[in-house]
Design a protein around this ligand. Structure first.
Ligand code: NAD
Length: 258
């Protein structure tokens, strides 16, 4: 029943084979979607090579650089999509960033620049990408972003990223309201802690994972594959009545009080 044949999907946020976006891209591909994959360009072209080699088996139609801090790169990405596909159906926003020194110690020590960087890359980028996607999602569509429990509960060291995720989740609701009449659904997946490049910057991530393994109803944390499965579901017609929501894919950890 989960069939994405004929659907065209833009997937952001693959850095390596541990990335949650990699789990999502594989599931979308398995379900039959055609992919446009973007990577974060760097001076030495390391990500281009690494991500390009990783995603090659998924035969992406488009493989493009896109730093979400750069409006020209965003516009070039969507111009390439318009040129190649005319319209598209699925946008996966799976990226975040905060300076490492903001992800440990006192929250009140958050710097003005660190706050702006974290919120700009991790939250505002969803709105900016959705704005560019809106005129191209002519047959309706599904936008999915990734969030974390630190948006609504205090998680040690998550600090400014918790504020960014709270803004991201509020953005999901505002975008869902605006884009719903056009048949575009917007949802967030709140994933349990997984070891990735981004999460390794958060102080004490291994303790967080251990705590979830001891406490969550399923007594384990989740995998990229499981998050990918939920993302594929959200992008499919099986989720046609679902928008503006935050779905917890966290082995049930979020329900626990103690
Ligand atoms: N790993 C976890 O425990 C966990 C839990 C819940 C939510 N999330 C969220 O999942 C998403 C993906 O993170 P991940 O854990 O897979 O780590 P990851 O490091 O694999 O992915 C983060 C991605 O963000 C990209 N990125 C950073 N700055 C960018 C920019 N300026 N422009 C474009 N791309 C940029 C990186 O290139 C990378 O591909 C993030 O939003 C993260 O907050 C992660």
């Amino acid at each position: 029943m989960l069939d994405l044949t004929g659907k065209k999907a833009l997937v952001t946020g693959i850095a390596n084979n541990r990335s949650i976006a990699w789990g999502i891209a594989q599931k979308l591909h398995e379900a039959g979607a055609e992919l446009c994959i973007t990577y974060l360009p760097d001076d030495r072209g390391r990500f281009e090579k690494k991500v390009g080699d990783l995603v090659a088996p998924l035969n992406p139609t488009l493989f493009l650089p896109c730093n979400v801090q750069d409006d020209e790169q965003i516009d070039a990405t969507f111009a390439a999509i318009a040129d190649r596909w005319g319209s598209f159906d699925i946008l996966i926003h799976c990226l975040a960033f905060a300076n490492k020194d903001e992800l440990t110690g006192d929250f009140s020590a958050t710097s003005r620049d660190g706050f702006a960087t974290a919120l700009g890359i991790s939250a505002y980028s969803l709105t900016r990408l959705a704005r560019a996607a809106k005129p191209l999602m002519t047959g309706g569509g599904s936008i999915v972003t990734l969030t974390y429990l630190g948006s609504v509960r205090v998680i040690p060291n998550y600090n400014v990223m918790g504020i960014a995720k709270a803004a991201l989740e509020a953005s999901v609701r505002y975008l869902a309201s605006e884009l719903g009449p056009q048949g575009i659904r917007v949802n967030a997946i709140s994933a349990g802690p997984i070891r990735t490049l981004a999460s390794s910057a958060v102080g004490g991530i291994l303790d967080m994972i251990r705590h979830v393994e001891e406490t969550a109803p399923l007594r384990r944390t989740v995998t990229q594959d499981e998050v990918g499965g939920t993302a594929a579901f959200l992008c499919s017609d099986l989720a046609s009545g679902l928008t503006g929501q935050v779905l917890y894919v966290d082995s049930g950890y979020q329900i626990m009080g103690m």
